[in-house]
Design a protein around this ligand. Structure first.
Ligand code: ADP
Ligand code: MG
Length: 376
């Protein structure tokens, strides 16, 4: 499986040839010169919730467009149920779509909007009526059928769009930043709604977002994109706990990224010198070339300031600033060479206080840090 930029073996477990949806070496160029999707491979099991996560311009929407059939592939194949769909017309793919800018019909009522995909599929009138009522109540808009979209709030409109994408009971639903226009509270509510409907109805979802919290909370698996290449495809906790390379470590959650040099590889660990003087041991990730530059990543919540137990790594740093956040406290330290390190500690009685410039001991376990190739 070509899942990773650096050829490591962190790829997600394949669902095998019986996978419901498969992308095989899919490539896309809009200008016949540059590839914006560079050999995308992914096996999706029926009923899975897969998220494509990555910065703006990394190729996520393009992958959805190829799957929906609004753009054609430059190379490779897309299979649903084992059959290639690359030559199937968009309206024959039977895919539900919710895009941020995929507006409702403004001149139709909510009920008419929902009936539209059923009418287009020549469903019997009596069935349509019942189905519209069913889906209105499913998205908790039972009393809103006679309203027009302009008479709804943003969140309600998005729920109508969701119901309209699901009402013809497609087995595959594509969502491209469907909650991007909503404020935080509504977005979280809708995330919950979408996962609830996904669990209740059992359709397969390919979801696109650049919001990592959204991806982590909603998905079975996440494919992290950068520059048209999947960096890693894994479950949310695997991505967080075992990032495959420096890009993923930096993109998912918060990480200290400390420049260093590989000194030795011993007992399944990498020994790295950081700040020119101190040594730390890390898990083996994607680099173990002795003498090469690397990045040591360790999460702020994995560093301890007050040790009641032994830690594999102990380094000294100068205390700079302490930010009171409420439920936790954030400390900023500086290494000898000026590299900054952030530490998050729970706001309880053990949270220490330092004088500015004071030397402090920072400790963490080998299993909580990784040495990665420096990104070009
Ligand atoms: P994302 O959804 O991750 O932000 P896109 O798939 O929209 O990324 O875009 C990937 C790259 O392809 C970008 O460089 C973008 O400018 C380019 N691109 C997207 N759509 C088109 C198009 N219709 N014509 C030409 N270039 C496009
Ligand atoms: Mg996009």
């Amino acid at each position: 499986m070509r899942q990773s930029a650096n050829g490591d073996s962190q790829a997600a477990p394949s669902t095998g040839p019986e996978g419901f949806l498969r992308f095989i070496d899919v490539k896309k160029s809009y200008d016949r010169k540059t590839l914006v999707v560079k050999g995308f491979d992914l096996d999706v099991a029926k009923g899975e919730f897969i998220t494509l996560l990555g910065p703006s311009g990394s190729g996520k929407t393009t992958v959805l467009m190829l799957l929906a059939g609004f753009e054609s592939v430059t190379g490779g194949d897309i299979l649903i149920g084992g059959a290639p769909i690359t030559r199937t017309a968009p309206n024959k793919r039977n895919i539900g779509i919710v895009f941020q800018n995929y507006a409702l019909f403004p001149h139709m009522t909510v009920a008419e909007n929902l009936a539209y995909p059923l009418k287009a599929r020549k469903v019997a009138r009596s069935t349509i009526k019942a189905r519209v009522a069913e889906y209105l109540s499913l998205v908790e808009l039972g009393d809103f059928g006679t309203r027009h979209p302009s008479q709804l709030s943003g969140g309600q409109r998005q729920r109508v769009a969701l119901a309209r994408a699901l009402i013809f009971e497609p087995s595959l639903v594509l969502m491209d930043e469907p909650l991007g226009a909503l404020d935080k509270k509504l977005r979280e509510q809708m995330q919950f709604e979408i996962t609830r409907l996904h669990q209740q109805l059992g359709f397969t979802v390919i979801y696109v977002t650049h919001d990592q919290t959204e991806a982590l909370t909603m998905s079975d698996r996440i494919a992290v994109f950068n520059d048209g290449v999947v960096q890693q495809c894994a479950t949310p906790d695997e991505l967080y706990e075992r990032p495959g390379n420096a890009f993923v470590a930096d993109f998912i959650g918060e990480n200290n990224m400390v420049p260093g040099k590989v000194v030795a590889v011993e007992n399944g660990a990498v020994r790295v010198s950081i700040s020119g003087e101190q040594h730390v041991v890390t898990q083996v990730a994607d680099t173990k070339d002795i003498g090469s530059n690397c990045i040591v990543s360790v999460r702020p919540e994995k560093i301890f300031l007050d040790a009641n137990e032994a830690h594999d790594n102990e380094i000294w740093a100068r205390f700079m600033v302490r930010h009171y956040v409420g439920d936790f406290i954030r400390y900023y330290f500086e290494l000898h060479d000026g590299t900054e390190l952030t530490v998050k500690a729970l706001n309880d009685i053990t949270a220490p206080k330092f004088q500015k410039g004071e030397r402090a001991r920072l400790m963490w376990q080998r299993d909580d840090c990784f040495a990665f190739h420096t990104q070009q």
